[in-house]
Design a protein around this ligand. Structure first.
Ligand SMILES: [Zn+2]
Length: 421
């Protein structure tokens, strides 16, 4: 009951998601339908859904390694039968990382380990994580501010994979799996047609779609929207998002799917229209604007990713990395360019001074360029690093997205350390 009241406050925008995360932190169970529950422990970890069948449990996702034991214990309080099948909605570690806990329990109790089903590209993703583990450790550490983070690899891979759709009957329960590309290329959503329940994976995350992450592989905004439309056509009555609370009621579910699709379709259409006219990336970034009324919805606020980052990802998908500025095709080194500009300005200190003035005036984008030029022209200058730290702090204050703040924060801390060092 309490949960329901909190849901209404989330839905109306009166309560922030932090309040929900606090409320579910001990492992909260939502009854989705007869014989179906979803377990949450925080917004930041993927939800886990358990379906009771006559053949055993079907789990949709496994949580991350840190929360798996708590999450699985909540499932076990509800049902004690063997886990028959695990479906990975995609290969991100907050959805696959709990498999070890499930396997260990099966081993200890003498059950067969569950079969894992996922889209074919989950295997490819898991292999890629091995070859890019150093990079992923750095990026993940930056994005979530975990110092000395090591990206975990080696989760058990799917036993069975599919390509576009897969129909299953497990212990009398019908499940239909659909592949789509969105945040990842390997994503699955699960449809229970007899119950009209849809588990979306991270196609729905109670947040502006994570379709533009600056330091991750390509995201797919147009296909994300198309997948939301595909979900809408099924007319679900219950929606289990990858993150955040379960949404009940056909009208609300339709609204969430429709709004998310409309927002992404708008960004894609605007970006492509400008690209088709021959605009540069700079012109595209200034020319596209996300519909404000959609960004204001409690389930679409850009607190994690940023619409501008999504525009860049759309550009990259259709147009590659070149931004249309001839100087950027084969650029000079950053140090050479900075030295030239510093000499023209009358020294690196002049660039830093102007950066500080612009930052104080609220022109943080411009200020960041000048501060970086100043620092590149005089890398050992502590006063310039102090100015750079101040400028980046002003930049961070203006950011609404966690990612934007996190990446700026990496360089802000670097500047601060170098100003004192
Ligand atoms: Zn996730």
């Amino acid at each position: 009951m309490e949960q329901d009241q909190l849901f209404e406050r989330l839905w109306s925008g009166a309560a922030p998601m932090e309040e929900w995360t606090q409320a579910v932190s001990n492992g909260a169970t939502t009854t989705v339908a007869d014989n179906i529950i979803t377990v949450h422990s925080t917004y930041f970890c993927g939800s886990v859904t358990a379906i009771r069948t006559s053949a055993g449990l079907v789990l949709i996702d496994t949580a991350n390694a840190a929360l798996a034991a708590q999450t699985f214990a909540a499932v076990r309080r509800w049902d004690d039968s063997p886990v028959h099948t695990v479906i990975y909605t995609h290969g991100h570690i907050d959805h696959t990382g709990g498999i070890q806990v499930i396997d260990e329990e099966a081993d200890a109790r003498g059950f067969a380990r569950p079969r894992i089903i996922a889209h074919r590209d989950v295997r490819r993703r898991m292999e890629r994580y091995k070859t890019t583990q150093g990079f992923n450790s750095i990026v993940q550490g930056q994005q979530f501010n975990y110092p000395d983070y090591t990206y975990p690899v080696g989760q058990r891979q799917p036993d069975e994979v599919y390509d576009d759709t897969l129909s299953l009957i497990i212990g009398g329960e019908r499940l239909e799996l659909f592949h789509g590309r969105g945040e990842t290329d390997d994503a699955t959503f699960v449809w229970l047609p007899e119950r009209r329940v849809l588990a979306s994976g991270d196609f729905v995350i109670w947040m502006f779609p994570n379709a533009g992450n600056p330091r991750k592989v390509q995201r797919y905004a147009a296909e994300w929207a198309a997948t939301l439309r595909r979900m809408q056509a099924l007319q679900p009555e219950v929606l289990i998002p990858g993150h955040g609370p379960v949404i009940f009621g056909a009208a609300r579910v339709r609204q969430v799917l429709d709004d998310g699709a409309t927002l992404l379709e708008s960004l894609v259409a605007q970006t492509l229209a400008l690209m088709n006219r021959g605009c540069t990336l700079d012109e595209v970034l200034r020319g596209v604007s996300a519909p404000a009324e959609l960004l204001a919805k409690p389930y679409l606020q850009p607190k994690y990713d940023d619409p501008e980052f999504v525009v860049r990802a759309i550009w990259q998908l259709y147009g590659g990395w070149f931004d249309g500025d001839p100087a950027h095709l084969k650029p000079a080194t950053a140090a050479e360019l900075a030295a030239e500009l510093a000499a023209l300005a009358g020294g690196a200190g002049r660039l830093a001074e102007r950066a500080a003035a612009l930052a104080e005036d609220g022109q943080t984008r411009l200020a960041a360029h000048l501060a970086e030029f100043a620092a590149d022209a005089a890398p050992g200058d502590k006063a310039i690093q102090a100015t750079r730290a101040m400028v980046l702090e002003r930049c961070m204050e203006r950011e609404t997205s966690l990612m934007g703040r996190a990446f700026l924060g990496v360089y802000q801390r670097d500047a601060k350390a170098r100003s004192a060092g």
